[in-house]
Design a protein around this ligand. Structure first.
Ligand code: ADP
Length: 463
């Protein structure tokens, strides 16, 4: 296998000898495998803040089978590139929330500079024959910067978020510059057919490109290819972890449930995850199907994220208000309908908690894939599986069509789907679960990275 140079904003190598791969995040394991097999290199931000540009450190560490190189960023770079532009502009645009974008040209300049910095550092490491694989929206301009520095190796890019329809993307002031930069890659990977179609539509109708098919694209004077590579998990490893875990978190949760059925949501606290809408759907269920009161408990686990971006602070307030409202309205002396927890869980605790949930609510307003949906399916007891309630706007809904698919903006219908989930027969639950598990097994995370890297190495653009 050719040496792989992988770039991402953050670098999180597995601890060597980390015992339980199953409970480790699927993506982390996949990247570890890809780099180990190719004796590759992983490059990204160190997570450290440099006092000034001259004081930034470049740190290289030899892992067992691959090399990890990281670089420090200054406070100003981080504020502009990461909080300001990546999370304050690109994230909302890519998730159809142009209304939440806070655009400042200075943040875009910082973004461009950090992309240049990454390219400058990586270019010094590239050898003939290496494959370069860039990850996610933080690094859209790196490929172009590498080309400027004479790198002509195959470059692939994978976008973990949705790719929005051109009408939504063009709300971004720098859309053309970013897309032109991106087209310096040889292969662009997207999560779903919908994302792929949107990308090709942009190239065709906005950028005047020529798209014969996904294998033959000409745009901005470059030739490239694109494809759909849905990201996934290691289902058997996760299933094993979920079945084995007998830890304190799980024990305490079971005691507190006291025989009640668990409805569960597990998300980063983000406005794309549809959390207020989810609580309103739960309220609908309690209001219109009072027979479930006292017999169920809804646990929403949502650790804070990106607290430096103002919109996330508004969301926190809104959720505190809504969860207080639902509990105030329905709680009894000995029953709390909704537990809203801002602490995260360890991977193994999460596997155990997913297994005991009768219903998982995975109801984002937009999501590139949503791995929790796949983890929930993998964690189930095949004899008595729970029900997955899944938003049609999650990438995962393209594959997991045997879930109960909902439109999370329709609280009433989602509340009714919750009722349907709670009433579902064992036979139907098993049938749906088997169908979903088959898809996840056939398309696991190993297949994800292997198929991307194989396609990238083919490097064939045939006219
Ligand atoms: P996103 O990338 O937007 O955060 P995903 O669902 O695709 O959403 O992936 C998130 C990963 O982080 C999953 O592997 C999931 O298990 C994990 N995760 C999400 N929320 C939590 C939480 N509250 N505690 C522990 N792990 C979490």
């Amino acid at each position: 296998m050719r040496r792989l140079l992988l770039l991402s904003n953050r670098v999180t190598p597995l601890q060597t000898g980390a015992g339980n791969r199953g409970a480790t995040g699927g993506l982390a394991v996949a990247i570890h495998d890809a780099l180990s097999e190719s004796h590759g290199l992983w490059f990204g931000w160190s997570g450290r803040i440099a006092e000034s540009e001259t004081e930034r450190r470049l740190n290289t560490e030899e892992k067992e089978h691959y090399q990890v190189t990281t670089i420090d960023l200054t406070e100003a770079e981080l504020e502009g590139y990461y909080n300001g532009y990546s999370n304050g502009v690109l994230w909302p645009i890519l998730h159809y929330r142009a209304d939440l974008m806070e655009y400042h040209s200075a943040h875009f300049e910082a973004y461009r500079r950090v992309n240049e910095l990454f390219a400058e550092q990586l270019a010094q490491q590239v050898r003939p024959g290496d494959l370069i694989w860039i990850h996610d929206y933080h690094l859209l301009l790196v490929a172009q910067e590498l080309r400027k520095r004479g790198v002509d190796n195959p470059i692939g890019f994978f976008l973990h978020t949705p790719f929005p329809a051109p009408e939504a993307l063009t709300a971004l002031p720098n859309h053309r510059e970013l897309m032109e930069g991106l087209c310096h890659c040889d292969l662009i990977g997207l999560q779903t057919r919908t994302d792929l179609r949107a990308f090709l539509d942009y190239l065709r109708f906005e950028a005047g490109g020529k798209v014969l098919d996904e294998e033959r694209i000409e745009c901005f004077g470059r030739r490239l290819r694109a494809g759909c590579f849905p990201i996934s998990i290691d289902p058997d490893g996760f299933a094993q972890a979920a079945a084995q875990v007998r830890n304190e978190a799980r024990r305490r949760l079971l005691i507190s449930l006291d025989g009640r059925r668990l409805l569960l949501g597990v998300d980063r606290l983000d406005y794309t995850k549809g959390l207020p809408q989810r609580i309103l759907s739960y309220e609908h269920l309690l209001e219109h199907h009072p027979e479930h009161r006292r017999r169920i408990a809804f646990l929403q686990i949502a650790p804070h994220s990106r607290s430096e971006v103002p919109e996330y602070i508004h969301l926190r307030r809104r959720l505190e208000e809504l969860s207080g409202h639902v509990n105030g309205r329905f709680a009894e002396l000995d029953w709390v309908p909704l537990r809203y927890v801002n602490r995260g869980l360890s991977r193994s605790a999460l596997a155990g908690v997913l297994r005991i949930a009768s219903v998982a609510l995975v109801t984002p307003l937009r999501d590139g894939m949503n791995l929790v949906a796949k983890e929930y399916v993998a964690a189930q007891d095949p004899e008595d599986p729970g029900v997955l309630l899944l938003s049609r706007f999650a990438g995962a809904a393209h594959e997991l069509d045997a879930a109960l698919i909902v439109n999370p903006l329709d609280y009433e219908a989602t509340g009714e789907a919750l009722h349907q989930a709670l009433a579902m027969s064992l036979e139907e639950r098993q049938e749906r679960w088997q169908a979903m598990m088959e898809v996840i097994r056939a398309q696991d995370v190993t297949r994800w990275w292997r198929s991307f890297v194989t396609r990238l190495a083919e490097d064939a653009w045939e006219a």
